[in-house]
Design a protein around this ligand. Sequence first.
Ligand code: PBG
Length: 337
Amino acid sequence: MTIKHIHEHGVFPQVRMRRLRQQAWCRELVAEHRLLSSDLIWPVFIQEGKNTETPVASMPGVSRITLDLLVKKAKHAHGLGIKAIALFPLIDEKLKSPLGDEALFPDNLVCRAIREIKNAVPEIGVIGDVALDPYTSHGQDGIVEHGTIVNDATVEKLCEQAVVQAKAGCDIVAPSDMMDGRIGAIRKALDHDNHTDTLILAYSAKYASHMYGPFRDAVDSKKLLGSADKSSYQMNPANGDEAMREIGLDIAEGADLVMVKPGISYLDIVYRAASNFPVPVLAYQVSGEYAMIKAAGVNGWIDGDAVMMEQLLSFKRAGARAIFTYAAVEIAEKISD
Ligand code: PBG
């Protein structure tokens, strides 16, 4: 829309923009974007045990759940029109180690969860996170040597982790670790093991954000991480062009879908990514973003439900093809009402 365009098509009083906004039916008729259940991907925290839900204190409305409940809730989510769910495990501290080898164990919590969901609700897509942080005793996503997160040795592990998840039946593997070269290496490893149809969702533009705190509570990696951070591999929030480079490289290496994370404060990146690249761009409303809305809502400072809807719609307006949100089920329930 240019100044020239406005002059060609007239101005006030012939043009009254408010005509289109007078009545609800018309506002809905001309809406440019709509939030659908099929836009939502539900990230779920899982834990060992039976018939247990453990609320995550910093994420009102979110609980870690055992696999029997996971299967039931996956069925419910599928019934509401949610197309995919993403799994994040709480790993017993005794199973965590410096190299995070539990990640490669074919019977670990995530692999069992994948098998159970694909067995009970094969119609829903299952996304497995590829990164070592739930499994390492230091909480970093990669292997640490002399205080440095080493790239290439980590990528080898990630390849094994991705293959183990694909073998369990995972539809999409999602490397969220930000190591260099991991997408190409994982594609090669998957293909070599005959998983040529397993999709890769690359967390291409993942920032070293302070909004991941509640997630780290949920998977219990905060205290392990201590004062260390992830700035030597996750991106500097100051950078936008660099995100375009990261996305371009991941696509060249074989990413089927790319992710921008966090979401709301990075909608400029979502918009640029969706405008510049011909692959589906996804975005993640991260734990801190979710928690801020919930906390203000619980206090009555904002209408939490309305703000949640509005922010999720903003993702669509920015160009996100699908959105990871912890509110997926409650929002899908509202949409289907
Ligand atoms: C790390 C990972 C993180 C999240 C998902 N996987 C963040 C991190 O600890 O760096 C955060 C998601 C959220 O905050 O909702 N592999």
